[in-house]
Design a protein around this ligand. Structure first.
Ligand code: ZN
Length: 136
């Protein structure tokens, strides 16, 4: 089941500057900063009620965020949806004709298993499915 919008991902050039801007905008500090080395990104999370804002900056030229900003500039990069069973949703969406970027969920920031759907199959919106990792 897709339960809610878990977070909005925003691509930024300068994390320090963006953290200051969003701290002022939301009137709170980020609750977490985390590097995801496999994606070559730094992330910063702000809690906003039931959902979150995730700032993403590139740490290398091969990063999808670097490529995104070079092409489109800073701004909303993806919408992440919280799911209770990511493997089920991946199978369901593939069967319905959606194109997944990684069919095997990978580790994302903030203790999640994640999968991206290709924007060309979702009306131009990069969608991230994320499932909170269960504590073993
Ligand atoms: Zn995200």
């Amino acid at each position: 089941m897709i339960r809610k919008i878990e977070h909005l991902g925003i691509a930024v050039n300068d994390m320090e500057k963006a953290n200051r801007l969003f701290s002022m905008l939301l009137n709170k500090e980020p609750y977490k900063s985390e590097a995801v080395e496999s994606e070559q990104v730094n992330t910063s999370f702000f809690m906003l009620g039931e959902t979150k804002v995730e700032l993403l900056s590139a740490t290398g030229e091969a990063s999808a965020i670097a490529k995104y900003i070079a092409k489109k500039g800073e701004g909303i990069h993806h919408i992440a949806m919280d799911v209770d069973d990511i493997d089920f949703e991946i199978n369901r969406l593939r069967a319905a004709g959606f194109e997944v970027i990684n069919a095997a969920p990978k580790d994302g920031a903030d203790n999640k298993r994640i999968c991206f759907l290709h924007p060309k199959s979702t009306g131009g919106v990069l969608i991230e499915l994320c499932e909170e990792k269960k504590q073993l």
